[in-house]
Design a binder for this molecule. Structure first.
Ligand SMILES: [Zn+2]
Length: 250
């Protein structure tokens, strides 16, 4: 029996999505790189939004100290010994059985980044280290795949949307990986769960804009937010004339 109200009616009613946009979402393929605080929230939002194909990648297993901010997992998952990718697949499939999930229990590196990224329409970056982010940044530039970067530590978050050939890339933002390695990490200084959830929500919003074909609406620059101080600021970012992405604009 058909439900009286379609599953995605509240999306389809939105002027910025509509029936046509929802159909695009359902026909899209997205990679969520990393299944920690950002990735588990992003994957949940994307699955519930009806994204047709979700590839989820992480090599870790859920631990008790993850649960305050990694909303895809519960205490049973910590006990089960399942990997994050396996546990996430079960929870995402329970939330929306129509989404095809490809759960990959691997670290992302130079040997698999091409295979993981090449057949998707968009990448959501939910990683926690700059080296792996560079692998993805460089791959998506060569393949022309949009990429939504996000990070959260303490009460602060960053979001940037990268459209190859149109916007600055991650190397324009951070040309020196050594400097980024010295940024504070959540494992040392903590992270507020609502800061991570806010960043993931904004990343998914950027992703949906791209998937429904509203690239003109995307965030321009680096969004820096501090949820504790209720502060949001967009910092302009320019293409680095020395960056590898510059040649895509010529
Ligand atoms: Zn660049």
């Amino acid at each position: 029996m058909q439900p009286s109200v379609p599953r995605y009616s509240r999306h389809m009613l939105l002027k910025v999505i509509g029936e046509e946009g929802q159909e695009k979402i359902e026909n899209s393929r997205v990679l969520v790189a990393g299944l920690g605080a950002l990735g588990s929230m992003a994957a949940l939002l994307l699955a519930r939004a009806g994204v047709g194909f979700l590839r989820i990648v992480d090599q870790d297993a859920p631990e008790l100290h993850n649960l305050h901010r990694q909303f895809l997992y519960d205490e049973a998952d910590v006990e089960s010994g399942l990997s994050k990718a396996e546990a996430a697949e079960l929870h995402l499939q329970a939330a929306n059985s129509s989404v095809k999930i490809d759960a990959v229990n691997e670290a992302i590196g130079p040997e698999n980044v091409d295979a993981l990224c090449s057949d998707v329409d968009l990448v959501v970056d939910a990683l926690d280290n700059i080296r792996t982010r560079y692998f993805i940044n460089d791959l998506i530039l060569s393949r022309g795949i949009p990429y939504v970067f996000g990070g959260a530590v303490e009460t602060i978050g960053n979001i940037m949307t990268i459209i190859p050939g149109k916007t600055p890339c991650l190397r324009c933002l951070w040309p020196d990986p050594e400097a980024v390695d010295n940024h504070p990490r959540a494992s040392a200084v903590g992270v507020l769960s609502s800061a991570a959830a806010t960043v993931a929500s904004l990343q998914v919003t950027e992703a949906l804009k791209i998937l429904v074909g509203r690239e003109n609406d995307i965030l321009s620059g680096l969004l820096v937010l501090d949820v504790w101080r209720s502060c949001f600021h967009v910092a302009p970012i320019s293409i680095d004339p020395e960056c590898i992405c510059r040649k895509l604009r010529q």
